[in-house]
Design a binder for this molecule. Sequence first.
Ligand code: ZN
Ligand code: ZN
Length: 372
Amino acid sequence: MTEDRLAQLTAGHWRALNAIPEPALAEHRTAEYIEGHLDRLGLSPCRRGTAVRADIDGVCPGRTVAVRADMDGLWHGGDGERRLCHSCGHDAHMAVALALAEMLVTTPLPAGRLRLIFQPAEETAQGAVQVAGYGWLDDVHCLLGMHLRPADELAGGCFSPAVHHGATRQFVAEITGQPAHAARPHLGVSAVDAGVLVVQAINSLRFPPALAWSVKCTAFNSPATANIIPDRAVLSFDARAQHNRLIEQIAEKAEAAAAMAARAGGAELVWRCQSALPAAEYDDQCVAALSAAIVAQAGESALHPPIVTPGGDDFHFCRQLCPHLKTAFLGIGCDLRPGLHHPSMTFDLAALPAAVRVLAGAARILGGEKQQ
Ligand SMILES: [Zn+2]
Ligand SMILES: [Zn+2]
């Protein structure tokens, strides 16, 4: 496929998808667009909800390599001015995957099979679990993800073969005390005072400094009446760690510390995990294949070392749910500013054709490897 055609394809798909941003699990027009395009390529796509899947066979049998593109946009703005946009660049990921489909229909892989998985609801961390539940990963050997990277993390035109997302957890603590007249605080139990103890107990937790981690209070709400001892407080906590084992330890110790602190304040506490994302665990062979493809398609100078980022991606549920999967995740440098999830996010479309070539190159390497 010529460079001009590839540039035209990626830009065309991006424009079309950028114009129809949709929220998690409501990517209906997006799924229709993808399905329609894959259909026109003769690929008989399969659709479940808003997820779309298509297979492209290589010339000879081999491994199945899947490329996952996420589909959802994000809400931005305050009251009355809420609008959806693709501020996380998922429109670009879909454009790359659609152009990749056309490229491999025109020039099939020498061996193996490419599976394209268009996954809804990345932002709400629901989509990857859903897609795994459809059984779409059961016969996949290697799963490749991709994401645009901010300019301060990866220079335009450069690629990284591994974006090491951290694990994240969000917790909610509901504290119940005893109401009383503010003039008689000894007759009540202040949920706010107990909440302060909980925050302090969690801030006192320590984990090995050589590992990246954090745990902090991100919200503290209590009904406010100046002359009543508050009997209710709801606190939110956000925890991050670069390793799955460490996030488990943080979760365990934070819950224990919160329970003890609330008890010390005479209050009752209900602790629950509101959301969780696992950290990246990549396969050396898949990372090496992406590295080799980056060098072959974009040159030695375009190869950036693995990136460590505290951000999360629900992609990593795939490996947790399907432990046989070998994964890697392509970081795409595209001069993205001012940052992901910013309503005015922009990036350079010229980075997308090379991303298509890199993923095709990696699929050629991984698809042709002897089955194990
Ligand atoms: Zn995002
Ligand atoms: Zn994203």
